[in-house]
Design a protein around this ligand. Sequence first.
Ligand SMILES: [Zn+2]
Length: 345
Amino acid sequence: MKDRLDEIREQGLAALREAASSDLLEHLRQQYLGKKGLLTEVLKGLGKLSPEERKQLGQLANQVKDLFATTLEQRKQELLEQASLLAVPPDLSIPGLRVAGGGLHPITQMCYDLNDSFRSLNFEIFSEDEITSELYAFDYLNFPPGHPARDTMDTYWLAGTEDKHGAERLCLRPHLTGGSIRYLQEHGAPARVVYPGRVFRNEATDARHERAFYQYEALIVDRDFSFSSGLILVQTILERVFGRDIPVRMRAGFFPFVEPGFEIDMQCQMCQGDGCQLCHGVGWIEVMPGGSPHPNVLRASGLDPDIWSGFYINIGLDRLVMMRYGIDDVRLFHSADLRFLEQFK
Ligand SMILES: [Zn+2]
């Protein structure tokens, strides 16, 4: 009989809690607590038990009966409240929920701004795969065979190809420059092209370095292209992106794929040239290495270095964005932290 009571309690309470109308509640009340109700039957049956059992089960049955009564009352109140809510006509003048708006990542925005600037100067936008080969990443670009950048310390080589060479040895592109060779091989010269994208380096991260970061490279190839024209190009692009003149300086630099090579620094916009932690106190930030394509690079592209010359610049997108907004830690760009990103909407 105890089992029967447990069963009635389980099923009855569940039915009460789910009842969706007061009619159904009344029906359930009859079914369990009415004159011939299931619970009433149990209570009637108590008379046949021994005094000991009767006392024990009688107490239990009364508890169940009380529980039924309170649950029924609770459910009745809930239904009444729901009904009164529904009875009020909806107020169509209440403001709606604001839909969260998206925005471009500041690096994407910078990339688009540069695209606009270069397009206005008649440059084409070219894209290349993120996986490339030793041939395009190093051999064609005049990196000597023992160059440290080929080492696994700096380049992510793809498993299974580490022991191969040239076109068969694959890697995540450690820079974009290989794309320029592909472009020139396909399109020839003269050329004005930009090829933005993500590059990968196997190095420790700190406030100015990340393992994966965006670069933006531009190349002009033409007959007798002069350095001074290149400098004007850099100044024009920076002026368009920042909306004002930005002091720029050029220093000699060495990179295997250029001859001569240089570093272009822009005035640190965090401190306006006074020196701060980000620029290590010098007031300048290195934003774009570059130079004239090395004769070997032109030959690898199928061009005669006696006829063609040119101008590479590799723009550090992260650095430019840091300068534009005064951000002092490059890792924030890849943190996916909405508190940071929502500032740029
Ligand atoms: Zn500074």
